[in-house]
Design a protein around this ligand. Structure first.
Ligand SMILES: [Mn+2]
Length: 317
């Protein structure tokens, strides 16, 4: 019996969601299940690859809905969960009892844990450390910007390892380890600790680069790292440098896609006057009320810059 778990890739909450669901599935549904993973990234155009749902059961966690009849389990907490109104109607008509959405949930991981606990008598207690950290990281519940940037905790180092990972096999191994090992032990495993040295150095360099590149005006931080070869960055650096900023709009470029990232200051949500998911949806992106993104194919970098400038103008006070 094959279970395919599709998860939001290079995201702590995405991998932790896959780990919690997999542990549940082996404990409560099929102990002998052969579980395989596939990461999903937000990209323009097609949302799920044609071959995505190739298991006897297929679960999607922390990612968008699909009407595909082969999708048997679904959990998400994004405001932009439904690509079309037809998808929403399909979900609302679903009576399987295995598809769940809570846009108010801070993390998909904790949402999955409490849903499975109440409906399928799953015991999430052995994974409490993982679940609580997913809530802190995805909900941006850090005590201050310094903690989010200095990364003192193993969970935060693991966040860096996941967001900067270029090794899919390592990410899938990590989902396995998250089901059974404490986070302090996982970050010491050579397959995590090795690449992490370089990633933490790159993180320090990004802080210095952003110190130079970032501009702050009318409440909005803006920066363009597309010529610097930096695809991912810690999204709290801006508020660490400018605690008085209400919003951040950044442009990045990788080999496959250009991205406009839009965020609001997690320590001052009372300054937020806009629904960022709604703004990003207008340009084909999505996210949450407090944070979102719009993706483009890499060749559309000029369009990405133009969209970023438009969003900056909309957010300026
Ligand atoms: Mn999430």
């Amino acid at each position: 019996m094959k279970l395919r778990v599709l998860y939001h890739d290079r995201c702590f909450d995405g991998l932790a969601s896959a780990a919690v669901f997999s542990r549940f599935y082996r404990e409560k549904i099929r102990p002998d299940a052969e579980i395989s993973y596939r990461g999903l990234a937000h990209q323009p155009g097609q949302i799920f690859p044609a071959s995505a749902f190739d298991g006897d059961e297929n679960a999607v966690v922390d990612f968008r809905y699909s009407r595909d009849p082969r999708l048997t389990w679904w959990f998400d907490h994004h405001d932009s969960a439904f690509p079309t109104p037809e998808d929403r109607a399909h979900f609302e008509a679903d009576r399987s009892g295995r598809k769940f959405l809570d846009p108010a949930a801070k993390s998909c991981t904790k949402f999955i844990a409490r849903t499975l606990a109440s409906r399928f008598s799953f015991d999430p207690a052995p994974l409490a450390e993982l679940i609580d950290w997913a809530e802190v990281i995805d909900g941006a519940l850090f005590p201050d910007a310094r903690t989010a940037v200095d990364l003192p905790e193993p969970a935060l180092k693991l966040m860096v390892a996941i967001e900067g990972s270029h090794d899919e096999a390592a990410r899938h191994r990590l989902i396995g380890d998250m089901q059974k090992l404490p986070l302090a032990q996982i970050v010491k495993e050579p397959y995590v600790a090795g690449p992490l040295v370089k990633l933490l150095t790159a993180h320090e360099e990004t802080i210095e680069l952003m110190r130079r590149e970032i501009r702050f005006d009318r409440g909005v931080l803006r920066f363009d790292l597309s010529t610097q070869g930096i695809e991912t960055f810690n999204k709290f650096i801006g508020y660490y440098l400018y605690p008085e900023a209400a919003y951040t709009v950044g442009v990045t470029l990788g080999p496959a896609r250009a991205k406009v990232s839009v965020g609001s200051n997690p320590w001052h949500q009372e300054w937020r006057q806009h629904d960022i998911a709604k703004i990003c949806e207008r340009y084909g992106g999505g996210g949450h009320a407090a944070v979102g993104a719009v993706s483009f194919v890499a060749s559309e970098i000029a369009r990405a810059r133009q969209v970023a400038a438009e969003i900056v103008r909309e957010l300026e006070s």
